[in-house]
Design a protein around this ligand. Structure first.
Ligand SMILES: [Fe+2]
Ligand SMILES: [Fe+2]
Length: 368
């Protein structure tokens, strides 16, 4: 298997293990597909009550899930593609997933029962009731350049493949919901223009901030909570039974995007970044003001008109998106309040920041 020289679009190199299970899996993935050691799946099968760490912040579990899920996206450099459907790897994935899904369901709690016609209003109520700390306000008004780079580093795991996890829903839908999802995804994918794809706009932002722009380049640096935010969408996306949750998740993202993205863009402008750096965020201010209406009414509303039994799943997915994003925001703000980095590793290789490197050289903390 050759390793591509252009790493912008993946596959990424296998990450550094974070515990015994991810360690055994990484070691196995270097070899041709084979049965994983008996007992490996069992090591992740238990939940908090059995003495296991919280699945949402368990580095070994979250990296194991990410390793398994990525085989369905871009794969891993030098890893045999047949690993994607290797039965013992799928069993390991299932063992890692069950406590993760259970933990997310505990986190969000029971959702109100609503009739299908009430789903768009219930989504709006969920979003309105979300009481997370305002990471966007901090980034807008007071974050240092180093902290903004941290934020972008975390988000790179999602934004460099933005829209892909939600596209898993397309072949599972028909009718109005499918048309609505295509309408949203067309914008996400730049209406067929590579340089307008949101993932590519974000790559420019990364570059202007002097950060590595390759796909999953920052994987080793982000903690379990960041992986959990991403693994959640893959969990919803790869299980057809969770298609309602996947659409609810997308709706929550679209309905909480416009104002925060305005703040992110203004935060970068405050820090002296140029229009190329802010374009990704500026683009979302307008686009997601439209997307949020399509997502609530045409996408989720359309789904439950044809599949009324999925109304509860839609709300669960939206609540899960909001709750895990809240954990993410708390982690960043708590880390910064404590004067520490929110990343696992300090960057040794971050480049200078576009036009502002010198300007901030004296008052920016050491790159996180
Ligand atoms: Fe987008
Ligand atoms: Fe959007």
């Amino acid at each position: 298997m050759s390793v591509p020289t252009d790493r912008r679009y993946g596959p990424a190199s296998l990450p550094t293990p974070r515990g015994p299970v991810s360690g055994a899996l990484v070691a196995a993935l270097h070899r041709p597909p084979h049965d994983l050691p008996a007992g490996l799946a069992g090591a992740l099968a238990g939940d908090v009550g059995d003495g296991h760490p919280d699945p949402l912040t368990d580095e070994d579990r979250q990296l194991t899930l990410f390793l398994c899920y990525e085989l369905h996206y871009r794969g891993w450099a030098g890893v045999d593609e047949d690993w994607e459907w290797q039965p013992s790897l799928l069993a390991l994935r299932a063992a890692a997933e069950r406590p993760f899904e259970a933990a997310v369901r505990r986190l969000v709690g029971p959702q109100p029962t609503v009739l299908p016609a009430g789903v768009p209003a219930a989504l709006a109520a969920l979003v309105a009731a979300a009481d997370g700390p305002s990471l966007a306000r901090t980034l807008h008004r007071q974050a240092t350049l180093a902290q903004f780079r941290e934020f972008v580093t975390h988000r790179s795991i999602y934004h460099l493949r933005e829209a892909d996890p939600h596209s898993w829903a397309l072949p599972r839908l028909g009718g109005p919901a499918k048309a609505a999802l295509v309408e949203i995804q067309m914008d996400e994918y730049g209406n067929g223009r590579c340089d307008r794809m949101h993932a590519e706009l974000f790559r420019v932002t990364l570059g202007r901030l002097g950060l590595d722009t390759d796909y999953a380049a920052h994987l080793d640096r982000v903690p379990a909570v960041t992986l959990a935010v991403n693994n959640l969408i893959s969990l919803f996306g790869l299980h057809r039974r969770l298609r309602g949750a996947l659409l609810g998740h997308l709706a929550a993202y679209e309905m909480t995007s416009s104002l925060p993205n305005r703040r992110y863009g203004n935060g970068l402008r405050r820090l002296g970044l140029d229009e190329a750096a802010t374009r990704f965020y500026d683009e979302h201010v307008e686009a997601d003001a439209v997307h949020e209406q399509i997502a609530a009414h045409d996408l989720c509303g359309g789904l439950v008109r044809t599949e009324p039994a999925l109304a509860g799943d839609v709300l669960f997915g939206a609540a899960a998106a909001l709750a895990t994003d809240r954990l993410f925001a708390v982690h960043l703000l708590d880390s910064w309040a404590a004067g520490t980095s929110s990343l696992r590793l300090r960057a040794e290789t971050d480049g200078p920041v576009g036009a502002v490197a010198e300007r901030f050289a004296t008052r920016t903390p050491a790159a996180a």
